[in-house]
Ligand binder design. Structure first.
Ligand SMILES: [Zn+2]
Length: 382
């Protein structure tokens, strides 16, 4: 847990204000989290310019993929009916333990994720590597898990979460929203859509890929070297690998097979709420908001007395973003939808981010919206 000293906080606040003034951007920092928002803002601007002038030919083909094929009311009802609270609890409970990278708890959670997805028919790859967090933490092994429904499909709709928990030497930090619940949501999605999302490509050549990233959390103060250990490593590995589905296209990396990268983070409490961060993927975000509207109109989600949508409709100032596992992928040209609660949940990096504060009905509503989005994207079978 990051507790900045008063002088550090004042310095960071002044830095953030100066940046916001210079770039005419509105800060999206959560309280005490100026660093996390600041890093992204500085890099995004440079990267988006670089990528705009450097788009690979493959992305032209990707643009031909329409975000969604609208589902019938009947299929919407069917997808909503797939919810199973007992199944979700079975999937989330083994993750609700301290699981700091390189510890036995982390290994147990890896086994749970791998066993669950293997039993559903996913092909599992792991990306293990060593890195050294700042002292006094020791060098350790980090492991990303890559689960692909059809490894022979050249394009992937990628859904991602981080399964490690934040180091805390004073108490037991569980990180239910951060990110046990988002990871369980991916497992639940795989389990409920079994039989609807095929192991063979359903829409020409696209399959579903689930990424469980290790080492998202900083061990000390959040910085570019102490955070996102797994995402930085995996994105670099995939960038170095040639795309085997496009042998004739030079310099095309494995990352180019990612149609879209949807990152789930800080989800599970009643104050879960999203915003659209990136104009280039606004169409996908609109599909999610549209799924929320249709499910709501058909009374298939309850929205639990909320005064606001889960998928907020207010546009953000251009260039606003929050630093998270998506950044190393975005910097390398991958299209991103960042589903992180903003503002951050009130339990963020508190001991109260535990099972008692998971609101199952909220999670279930969002699970239904994700099911519709994925089925519209991949043209599920019914
Ligand atoms: Zn965290």
């Amino acid at each position: 847990m990051w507790r900045p000293s008063f002088r550090t906080a004042v310095f960071l606040a002044m830095l953030a204000l100066a940046l916001a003034y210079l770039l005419q951007l509105v800060s999206l920092a959560a309280p005490g989290d100026a660093t996390r928002a600041g890093i992204a803002r500085q890099t995004d601007d440079v990267e988006s310019r670089r990528l705009a002038s450097n788009a690979p030919a493959w992305s032209v083909a990707q643009l031909r993929i329409t975000p969604t094929t609208p589902l019938s009311d009947e299929n919407l009802r069917l997808l909503a009916g797939l919810s199973n609270k007992e199944q979700f609890l079975r999937l989330v409970q083994p993750i609700l333990i301290p699981r700091v990278s390189g510890t036995p708890g982390n290994l147990l959670v890896q086994q749970h994720i791998i066993q669950t997805l293997r039993s559903i028919g996913y092909t599992i790859e792991t990306d293990s590597f060593q890195d050294t967090p700042p002292a006094p933490h020791s060098r350790r092994t980090f492991t990303n898990i890559i689960a692909t429904l059809d490894p022979n499909a050249p394009r992937r709709l990628v859904l991602a979460c981080h399964f490690d928990s934040k180091f805390d030497n004073r108490g037991e930090f569980i990180g239910a929203t951060d990110s046990a619940v988002p990871c369980a949501m991916l497992l639940d999605l795989a389990a409920t859509l079994r039989g609807h999302v095929d192991s063979r490509p359903t829409k020409s050549d696209i399959t579903l890929q689930l990424l469980f990233l290790d080492g998202e959390e900083a061990f000390g103060e959040w910085s570019s070297t102490d955070s996102l250990y797994g995402a930085r490593h995996l994105s670099a590995q995939l960038q170095q690998k040639r795309n085997r589905f496009a042998p004739g296209v030079p310099n095309l990396s494995e990352l180019s097979s990612m149609d879209l990268f949807v990152l789930l983070d800080l989800i599970g409490t009643t104050d879960t709420q999203f915003v659209s961060f990136y104009p280039e993927t606004a169409a996908y975000y609109t599909s999610l908001a549209g799924a929320e509207d249709r499910l709501s109109n058909m009374r298939l989600i309850k929205q639990w007395g909320r005064s606001a949508f889960y998928f907020g409709r207010t546009a953000l100032p251009l260039g606003s973003s929050i630093d998270d596992d998506h950044r190393p992928f975005k910097e390398k040209g991958v299209k991103i939808v960042h589903l992180i609660s903003y503002p951050f949940p009130s339990v963020w990096h508190q001991y109260s981010d535990n099972e008692a504060n998971i609101h199952y009905q909220t999670v279930d509503d969002i699970n239904k919206i994700m099911r519709v989005f994925v089925c519209e994207y991949l043209s599920c079978r019914f």
